[in-house]
Design a protein around this ligand. Sequence first.
Ligand code: PEP
Ligand code: CO
Length: 444
Amino acid sequence: MSWSPDSWRNFPIKQQPEYKDKELLKKVEEELKRYPPLIFAGEARNLKEQLAKAGRGEAFIVQGGDCAESFNAFNADVIKNLFKLILQMSVVVAYSSGKSVVKIGRVAGQFAKPRSSDFEERNGIKLPSYRGDIINSIEFNEKAREADPFRMLRAYNQSAATMNLLRAFSRGGLADLTQVHRWNLDFIKNHPIGQKYEEISCQIDKAMNFLKAAGLTPKNTPQLKQTTLFTSHEALLLNYEEALTRVDSITGNWYNTSAHMLWIGDRTRDLNGAHVEYFRGIHNPIGCKVGPSMQTDELIELVKTLNPQNEEGKLNLIVRMGANKIEKLFPPLLKAVTDAKLNVVWTIDPMHGNVEKSSTGFKTREFDNILSEVKSFFKIHKEYGTVAAGVHLEMTGENVTECTGSASCHITVDDLSSRYHTQCDPRLNANQALELAFMISENF
Ligand code: PEP
Ligand code: CO
């Protein structure tokens, strides 16, 4: 079957906005098509190789970021703190496991959100749902909720600036292994978790001194002073994704150049739908959400469609069942995929199956449930002799109070209101994310 970046337009599509001004939409799409790529095909191939390693148990994936990036919260410190947090978590995991860590920020493009309803009603007023800053605005009024094509250009520009800063941090000195103490975020430094991290940092200092004595320094050994942070996001708004889909001049293959890895959602993975049609043609690694509604035969078909060559590292299945469902729902899927000899990279997203409404009305997640789902995921893989290849967390390097619990910061239901800033789902703060990294490091 032939494929082109716009062949998805011939298929039924879910979770899209209704743009009123079709001419303007077309103009914006044409403009986006002229904009430079944000990533290169060679980088996406590199990520595929790294993911393949993780799938074989030779590396571990740490992926994370906001549920939804926002135009208002865009600033350098937020990006820097997320970058530092991913580095800290990677150090903790790498130090205990001896595995390299594949670092992926679900950032620089994570702007479009699937919604459970097309409309939101408040006090008798019904308006289109907020679908992420790339589409409309979160404020509850008619103008704000109208889908505006210009927002795609703003999302592109914010993604480009974010990417630029992440690349500078990765190569410009912040990732230098002689700087591990600098990654400890100010507000966690004096907490037990921050101190536990300091202990590892001191060990790394010793190792670096030893390497220096042996003649290896960040100056003569680039691996010691730089890192690679890949990016991902959910490719939900296909008008945007199509405009950034380009032919790689080396291989002649199509790549989505808006991120290294693109996610396909649980609500848009319909085998006969537009999203699957789009995804089957791109050569980037793909992340696919696997939630409680996934059926075994459906998953097998989906895996075969998204990874027709059965390549290693091409397809990352992101399991998100919930702490109380994973033991029942995940093993049959794992067994079916393993028996069919399909190459996939299994990671756990312990966030989306564990959402609850607090008694004070906040959408939250309890840290113990998050922890429990991660532990079950590792345990099930041990039982089946398969590989738990990584984790995806909704997290921020900021000191927010959005998820309850954890030994490191004991956030209670009453604390939630103090710094609840998320645009969409509740995120782990840096303390909680680092605590989870320590727990993961004990499970290898
Ligand atoms: C997400 O991946 O952040 C998310 C909100 O997913 P979903 O809406 O598909 O549950
Ligand atoms: Co989310």
